[in-house]
Design a protein around this ligand. Structure first.
Ligand code: SF4
Length: 260
């Protein structure tokens, strides 16, 4: 059976899809966002350790679909009573597309709602593998200028748009664009305007905006890496309001939400 490299399974989440959810975090991500709250997931899919309080810890575990299902099924009653389910996250869960597809298929077969968090920066064949088994795609839109996206986070905007539109075209998938509001990176007016124009062009009426936080900053210390946003201030309420208005004034509903 296919195995997936998992670095966390988080139960009782209420932020990453409807209802109460279990989030399965899969290792590996092609991007290198400086604000990443899961820096341990970046790079190739490979086993990883970090040093926490002077002790080396293994933070990734190879798991079979059945082993992950055993964890997921512990909370079946919560999914059914809250309208929740299972969300695959990362990293970029579509980097492990074969495992993600098998797991989503198995979760679906149990009648449990499925969601993925993705940046879409993967080949179309990876999207196609999971597409039949996804109920909701929480889809990050970050930097829309192709050159800035490539230089700052290693992203491929053409690939992102192709993936986004493939999810949109699948009638059974609810697509929720999510925009992390990162000062100096995604919040510059030109970038926000490009996002507005893109979602308008593909007929998406609503986005979620996720204000910057520093939740993952400690992990950079465990990994002996610098955290570039250490001195970046959080957005003020007024700044978030201004961005909210920018979307709403152009006919796009903007929901302020929690960050991944
Ligand atoms: S896409 Fe997500 S997991 Fe990957 S580097 Fe960016 S923030 Fe981190």
């Amino acid at each position: 059976m296919t195995q997936g490299l998992v670095f966390n399974i988080q139960r009782y989440s209420i932020h990453d899809g409807p209802g109460i959810r279990t989030i399965v975090f899969l290792q590996g991500c092609p991007l290198h966002c400086p604000w990443c709250s899961n820096p341990e997931s970046q790079g190739a899919v490979r086993p990883l350790t970090w040093v926490k309080n002077g002790v080396e810890e293994t933070i990734t575990h190879w798991m079979t679909v059945n082993q992950v299902l055993d964890e997921i099924e512990k909370d079946d009653v919560f999914y059914r009573t809250s309208g929740g389910g299972v969300t695959l996250s990362g990293g970029e869960c579509l980097v492990q597309a074969d495992f993600s597809a098998e797991l989503l298929k198995a979760v679906h077969a149990l009648g449990i709602n499925t969601a993925i968090e993705t940046t879409g920066a993967v080949p179309m064949r990876s999207v196609q593998k999971v597409l039949p088994y996804v109920d909701q795609a929480l889809f990050d839109l970050k930097i829309m200028d192709p050159i800035r996206a490539r230089d700052v986070i290693g992203d491929n905007v053409a690939m992102v748009k192709a993936s986004f539109e493939a999810f949109l075209q699948a009638d059974h998938v609810k697509v929720t664009p999510r925009i992390p509001l990162i000062p100096g990176y995604t919040t510059i007016p030109e970038n926000l305007q490009q996002i507005v124009e893109y979602v308008q062009s593909v007929g998406v009426p609503e986005v979620h905006i996720l204000p910057f936080h520093q939740y993952g900053s400690q992990k950079y210390k465990y990994l002996k890496r610098d955290y570039q946003l250490e001195n970046t201030p959080l957005l003020t309420t007024e700044e978030v309001d201004t961005i909210h208005t920018l979307f709403e004034s152009q006919g796009i509903r903007a929901v302020v939400s929690g960050l991944e």
